[in-house]
Design a protein around this ligand. Structure first.
Ligand code: AHR
Length: 638
């Protein structure tokens, strides 16, 4: 049941309490805050890419899944072949033969847990076909609903030709159904080869053909992230080296990007997803482009020559590491090199002659043991020699403390990594009690990148509860107070499909039709929209369970104060704001998240319970404000 705070009760609670004093010195701006401070971390987990952000609606479009017809239902005579393929990297295709009888022949695709169709919206269909007969053949393309009723048919005439040809059609849906399907039928007797059968909404992010799902990309843009780490996580490492993420296989024409099994397909035996593969349609070019679109600096992470150490732990011998190092050097050329260079030319060919201004690279994900620094050292040697302008991120291993962590930090110092990536998936209490984690960290040597973190509310089945968000906010005030050391932070993971997920909590949930922003999302947004440029000294007295930070935003001259009250009581706070001569900081805006219910969550398809609210604020002469119970508050004071 929701707790209510009648006015009289509030007053009684307030007067019973001593006041919390917060003193901020706006006359002494301290360390600069990294312009890349608050960001996002994308990994293809929970159907984040195929079936998620990547707009493709057809699953197994190239018939390359090991079970070649997974996702497809076949009707009549359908065989699989790979002779004289349309695409070398994805050679398998379907051969549909229709006889003279009335019996239909064709294929039906179930999409990723269905295909979301919306009435009146258009969908771009395309396929590669080969009609080696002497006469034209007719191909029917249908949008059907979840129970197989046909709502839209387009008939394409396929001219006879020896080779492959691309056919395209734009279909308007006459129904709304989140579980629709796509059907392709050979309507005239004969044989047709077909491959790369694709369907995208026309309305993609930025209207790019074959692009990203607009609502999901928009939810990223609305976070105002300043750094985007990609493509993972564990998928960077692979369960074995062959399965690792290889960026060179994710650029160029999408049809020629080879399929890779997604390790989250089988990683957790209690959450198997046998139909989870990486088409790489969302590949490195698209990651760079998306980073640019949303104003985030790109932070690609590459394999360091170690497969996941929780799994096979396969190691590339040190004397065979050069191709891995070349991947890093070539990636810098792909992102930043001149269009006359080999990889810069490919970037230009893909539509982006201007450089992507990559400034960071991560080598390795959650690695540990001597095998890691040994390999990182070899990367660093060549990266420093050829690209001193690129900052290199090393790893502190998978845990935020312990033997490996204690071994790796001195190693990162010894090697001179620019930043060290720390990961913490911990319970809410850990986040509350570690808000001062960085106060006493050494200031010399590498900076900190909080590259993966999320509060796991185990008591509530690790759901994205308000409690988890509140505890992250408390912790993030500590990151901000220590912004001289902590230069970037990215919550993890980013996306999860409600019907196909392996890991939770996650920042953004979606189904095929809708997207839901979690309380954790709004915490990230509050911080990312209000970072400021300099840390301000802040002291909090008599403030148990109150978490604070303050910054100065030099371009606007505003002071930004963040206060998290974890208690279930309103809190009387006195703000002592020492202002430079002639300034007062007496009014501005107050944006806040509040809930009386720590277990509250938002849900896909339902109105959001938890979202930020904003109101004007005036600070009276005595500086007294009342901070709501269980709230995250951002005051922008002018
Ligand atoms: O974010 C999910 C996983 O957690 C990442 O892939 C990995 O780096 C970490 O263990």
């Amino acid at each position: 049941m929701k707790k209510l705070y009648p006015f009289a009760l509030c007053l009684a609670a307030l007067s019973a309490q001593a006041q919390t004093n917060i003193t901020i010195d706006a006359t002494r701006p301290a360390a600069d805050i990294s312009p890349d401070m608050w960001g996002i971390f994308f990994e293809d987990i929970n159907f984040a890419a195929d079936g998620g952000l990547y707009g493709e609606l057809v699953k197994n479009r190239s018939f390359e899944f090991p079970q070649a017809l997974m996702g497809w239902a076949s009707m009549g005579q359908v065989e699989l072949a790979d002779a004289d393929p349309a695409f070398k990297a994805n050679p398998r295709y379907a051969r549909i033969t229709k006889g003279e009888s009335y019996r239909p022949a064709g294929l039906e695709n179930e999409g990723f847990r269905g295909i979301s169709l919306k009435k009146g919206e258009t969908y771009d269909f395309s396929a590669q076909v080969r009609n080696a007969s002497q006469r034209p053949l007719k191909l029917g393309v249908e949008l059907i609903n979840s129970i197989g009723r046909t709502y839209k048919t387009d008939t394409l005439t396929i001219a006879p030709a020896a080779g492959w040809q691309k056919v395209e059609a734009t279909l308007t849906s006459e129904l709304t159904d989140p579980k629709g399907r796509l059907r392709v039928l050979l309507l005239t007797p004969g044989t047709i080869d077909i491959d790369h059968i694709s369907l995208f909404p026309t309305d993609t992010w930025k209207g790019r053909k074959g692009g990203l799902r607009r609502d999901l990309a928009q939810s990223l843009a609305d976070l105002s992230p300043k750094v985007m780490r990609f493509p993972g996580g564990c998928i960077v490492e692979g369960t074995d080296l062959a399965n690792r993420y290889q960026w060179k296989k994710t650029v160029g024409p999408v049809e020629e990007r080879p399929l890779n099994i997604n390790r989250w397909n089988y990683n957790f035996s209690n959450r198997m997803a046998p139909d989870y593969f990486q088409s790489a349609g969302l590949g490195f070019f698209e990651f760079f482009q998306l980073s640019e679109d949303i104003g985030a600096t790109p932070l690609p992470i590459l394999s360091c020559g170690l497969a996941c150490q929780y799994e096979t732990g396969e190691e590339v011998p040190l004397d065979s590491l050069q191709p891995y190092i070349d991947d890093a050097l070539d990636l810098i050329e792909f992102a930043n090199g001149p269009v006359t260079s080999r990889w810069g030319a490919l970037r230009a060919e893909m539509g982006h002659p201007e450089p992507f201004n990559m400034r960071y690279i991560g080598i390795g994900n959650e690695q540990w043991g001597e095998v890691y620094p040994e390999r990182l050292e070899l990367f660093l040697k060549q990266l420093r020699a050829k690209h001193p302008e690129i900052m290199v991120v090393g790893s502190a291993g998978p845990l935020p403390q312990g033997e490996q962590f204690d071994y790796l930090w001195p190693e990162m110092r010894r090697l001179g990594a620019d930043l060290v990536d720390e990961h913490y998936y911990r319970e809410p209490e850990w986040f509350f009690s570690h808000a001062d984690r960085y106060n006493d960290y050494p200031r010399k040597g590498p900076k900190v990148f909080a590259g993966e973190y999320a509060s796991h509310d185990y008591e509530n089945r690790t759901a994205n509860t308000y409690l988890s968000a509140l505890s992250e906010a408390a912790f993030m005030t500590g990151l901000e107070r220590n912004a001289d050391l902590v230069r970037m932070a990215t919550y993890a993971p980013l996306f999860a499909h409600v019907e196909a997920n392996q890991w939770h909590p996650d920042l953004i949930w979606f189904d095929n039709a809708d997207v839901m922003r979690t309380p954790n999302y709004y915490v990230q947004q509050l911080f990312a929209n209000n970072p400021g440029t300099r840390v301000l000294p802040i002291a909090t007295e008599n403030g148990p369970e109150i978490y604070t930070s303050a910054t100065l935003d030099e371009p606007t001259g505003e002071v930004i104060v963040k206060i998290v009250n974890r208690t279930a009581e309103p809190r009387k706070v006195k703000l002592n704001l020492k202002a430079p001569k002639g300034k007062t900081y007496a009014s501005g805006t107050h944006t806040y998240l509040q809930s009386d219910d720590l277990a509250a969550q938002n849900a896909v398809g339902e109105p959001e319970k938890i979202y930020p609210r904003q109101r004007p604020v005036k600070i009276s002469g005595d500086g007294e404000i009342e901070v709501l119970p269980q709230s995250v508050n951002v005051y922008r004071l002018r």
